[in-house]
Design a protein around this ligand. Structure first.
Ligand code: PMP
Length: 440
């Protein structure tokens, strides 16, 4: 694989940004876990299809029929990409992972087929989008992580036993957006199924980086539900997918209802449509679905195995350099880097996370993310924040002091960019005073 070829796949790979000293430089994007730049092929596809798009399921004109066919084709493409069970699973298009998980939480709450089950097993490493939607609807029980942030399978098994017969769902991230740990979701699926529970994989950080299969329904390690976002996989904002059993989606009324969700309506009665229509209220987002599929085309032709290996090499290269810099503290156990996506969480001793992130942007044009990454309990645990400090923070929630710096690679990042970043970190470590902006 050639970095130059990969760079040419994305839009904006050669943008020049201003620096604080009045000069400018090429932008280096090491914040791909938040959002990836779109592929050129994705933007091309949207432009080419733009003259032809029209409303879905709502017209008899040629363009309307073409748009409807394209939209349906997109469902099949997405299902194939994650190897969903085409006979039994449905792909719903949603706005993003957050909307997908909120929808699922509502449907599971309403679902009459397992009413006795009132508990969702969540993990301590979840993004808020796979934690908060469950909180106001279920008894949420958290599976512990160890001091390095890795999921405890022992605790998972203990909690499955302890709450036997009560667990409706095990909700687990495919890969953590903080430490990058890839969870053993197929094994977790088998354990959940033995207990009569279902599993949801939050695929936001996994699907763009790792080859993935939901597996057929007859397999004990089949994944029941999967959610992910297009904007983290080289398509623009506004589209994501929630995949799960057709029957389940058909049998439950959506949290949003309206145009497109019904077969027939009288002033007194409603005959609901089957899935997917009953779950997608309002005019569907065809351009979002098309963009996601154009991106899937590129990912498939590069090859998910190749992408995983390439990003893994980038990550190991950056790690080998970072580990040699005094005062750089990396969160995540050294031997476990094998089993992570291309995310590295770190801090520089003696500097606040925000100062490091600002310095990288202001002086070197490197975009990273810093803070708690919408996973506050997990980051506080990694940082070992004492309880009294957490309580203080709850009373003063604008405190920027606890947090981590995160770099996350995409398939187009290069070794050269990592070298620039490493030199920047070395400089910052040597000149800490220069970069301190937050008072003690
Ligand atoms: N889950 C994880 C693991 C994530 O990293 C993110 C995005 N940071 C989300 C869920 C939410 O994704 P979105 O904002 O696209 O809904």
């Amino acid at each position: 694989l050639n970095n130059k070829n990969l760079k040419s796949l994305v839009v904006g790979a050669n943008c020049i940004v201003p620096l604080i000293n009045g000069t400018s430089t090429y932008y280096i994007n090491f914040d791909n876990a938040a959002t990836t730049p779109p592929f050129l092929a994705v933007m091309d596809k949207l432009n080419k299809f733009a003259p032809w798009y029209s409303s879905i399921h709502r017209g008899t004109g040629y363009k309307s029929k073409l748009s409807t066919d394209m939209y349906n084709l997109c469902r099949t493409m997405v299902a194939n990409f994650v190897k969903a069970d085409l006979n039994k699973d449905e792909v719903l298009f949603v706005k993003n992972t957050t909307e997908g998980i909120n929808k699922l939480s509502y449907l599971l709450k309403e679902d009459k087929s397992s009413e006795a089950r009132d508990t969702v097993l969540c993990t301590f490493m979840e993004h808020h989008s796979n934690d908060l939607p469950w909180r106001n609807k279920f008894n949420v029980v958290y599976i512990e992580v160890d001091e390095y942030g890795k999921l405890s399978m022992d605790d998972l098994e203990d909690k499955l036993k302890k709450y036997k017969g009560r667990i409706k769902l095990v909700a687990v991230s495919g890969a953590s957006n903080v430490t990058g740990y890839i969870n053993p979701f197929h094994r977790i699926a088998s354990l959940a199924h033995e207990n009569g529970a279902k599993i949801l994989v939050d695929g936001a950080q996994l699907i763009p980086h790792v080859p993935f299969t939901m597996k057929p329904h007859h397999s004990s390690s089949h994944i029941d539900f999967l959610a992910f976002s297009a904007h983290k996989m080289y398509a623009p904002f506004g589209c994501g997918a929630l995949i799960g059993p057709k029957d389940f989606f058909s049998n439950n009324i959506s949290e949003q209802v309206g145009g497109g969700t019904i077969k027939i309506v009288t002033p007194e009665e409603i005959a609901w449509a089957d899935s997917p229509d009953n779950q997608e209220a309002g005019t569907p987002n065809l351009m979002g679905a098309l963009a996601l599929c154009a991106s899937i085309d590129v990912l498939t032709s590069v090859g998910m195995d190749t992408i995983y290996k390439h990003e893994d090499t980038l990550k190991k290269y950056a790690l080998s350099k970072l580990l040699n810099i005094e005062d750089v503290q990396i969160y995540c156990k050294k031997d476990d880097y094998e089993n992570t996506v291309s995310i590295i969480p770190f801090n520089i001793k003696g500097l606040y996370h925000e100062d490091v992130a600002k310095a990288l942007s202001n002086y070197w044009g490197i975009g990273v993310r810093s803070g708690c990454f919408c996973a506050h309990p997990y980051v506080e645990k990694l940082l070992n924040v004492p309880q009294n400090e957490i309580e203080h923070m709850m009373r003063h929630p604008d405190n920027p002091k606890n947090g981590i710096v995160r770099i996350s690679f995409g398939l187009y990042n290069s070794f050269k960019e990592i070298d620039i970043f490493i030199n920047a970190i070395k400089y910052i470590v040597k000149n800490k005073e220069k970069f301190k902006t937050i008072s003690e």
